[in-house]
Design a protein around this ligand. Sequence first.
Ligand SMILES: *Cc1c(COP(=O)(O)O)cnc(C)c1O
Length: 407
Amino acid sequence: MDASGNFEAKLLTQKDFSSQRPALLGGSPVRPEGPPDWPGADADVRAALDEAFQCGDWGKYHGAALPALEAALREYHHVDHVLTCGSGTFAVELALRALKVGAGDEVLLAGYDYPGNFFAVHAVGAMPVLADLDPKHWQLSLASAERATGPQCKTIIASHLHGGLIPMRQLMDLARRRGLTVVEDAAQCPGAVVDGRKAGTWGDVGVLSFGGSKLLTAGRGGALLFRDEEVWQRARAYQIRGNVVCPLAELQAAVLLPQLGKLDGRNARRRESVALLRQGLRDIPGLRLLAADAGADLPAFYKVGMQFDATAFGLDRSLLVKALRAEGIALDEGFSALHVGRSPRRFRAGDPLSEAQRAHEGCVVLHHPILLEGEPGVVQVVRVIGKVWAWREELQNAQLLARRASE
Ligand SMILES: *Cc1c(COP(=O)(O)O)cnc(C)c1O
C-alpha cells in the first residue's frame, strides 16, 4: 500500500465520529495537551546562546553574530544588501522611507493584509489605497491593483499571506509599467520560492519578520533585503540617527543563525504536512486551502489559510474556531479587513473590496507548529475537523440554547 493509502486509513469515518462527542459538548479533546509549543527546544539555539555567553557578545553593541546573520541572509537570498532591525513592522516602515514615500504619496496594498502595514503607510505620512483580493487564493489581485493605481500612487506593498503567494513576476511587470516601486512582505514565508526566486527578493525591498510566532524567531526582530545599494544606504541612514534606532541585538542574531540553517528542511516538512492536510480535507464541504495545489512555486507556511464557507460547512466561523480550540488545535480567524471599522478618511478604496470583505468574514488560519509533527499532527487536525463537521447541528443548536439562556 502506498503512503497516502496508509494516511487515508488513519482518518475516521462519519460513523466513528457520531460516537465521539466534540470537546465543546463535553467529550474528550483529541489533543488534551493543546497545540505544540513554539519555538520548540533546539540544541543548536542553546549552543548559540552558550557561545554568546562565553565570548561576552550577549551584552555588547557589536559582536560576531549580527554581521554573520546579515551575511547569511545575503547568501541565502542571493541579494547584495541586508539590514536587520527591531521588527517586521518597523522594517516595512523603513522600506517605505528608503523608497522615499512620504506626504502626498499613495501606497497600494490589499484590503485584507497585516494591519501593521496599513499603519506603516500612515507612519510615513502617505495614504493607503486598498485593492481587492483574487477570489481564488485571497492574495492581492493584480487586476484590482491595476485598477486602483492612481497618479499619486508610488509604491505597492505585496504581502504573501497564509501560505498563498502573489505571482511576483507579473506584479513586478505591472509595477514597472506604472512606474511604481514594490515592498515585498515575506514575513510569513521566509524561504518560499515564487516564480523561481526566493520570496522577498522580487520587490525593490523585501521584508522578513523574526517575531515570536514566526518561522524564524528571535522573539522580536526583522530584516530588509535590497537589490539597490542606494535604497539600502537610505534605509541605513534613517536607522542610524545618532544611534541605531530599533536595531536587532547580538543575542537575537545569535539564535537566528542556526534557525536559518534549518529553514529549508523545516519548510519542506511543513509542505508535506499541508499536502496531507489537503488530501484529508477533500471531502469536507466549505473548507478550501489558500495555497495552490501544485506548480513550480514552493510556499512556506506560517499559517495555513483556508476559505471557510459557513453555509456550506453548516457552522458559524466563530463556533468552528471555538470547537477546534476546545480540541487542542490552534485554529484562528484571519485578519480583519483593513476597510472594516475604519474611517474612510484614513484610506482610499481603489476598487470594490468584495473579496476582502469575504476574507474578513470567512478566513480561518491554522498555526504552523503542528505541521512539523508530520502525519500524526495532520491526522489529528483532520479528525477534529471531521468530528466537528459531523456534529455541526448539535454544536449550532447548543450555541442557540446557550444564547437564549443568557438573554
Ligand atoms: C508578522 C508580520 C509582519 C511583521 O511583524 P512583526 O511582529 O512586527 O515582526 C509583517 N507582515 C506580515 C504579513 C506579518 O505576518
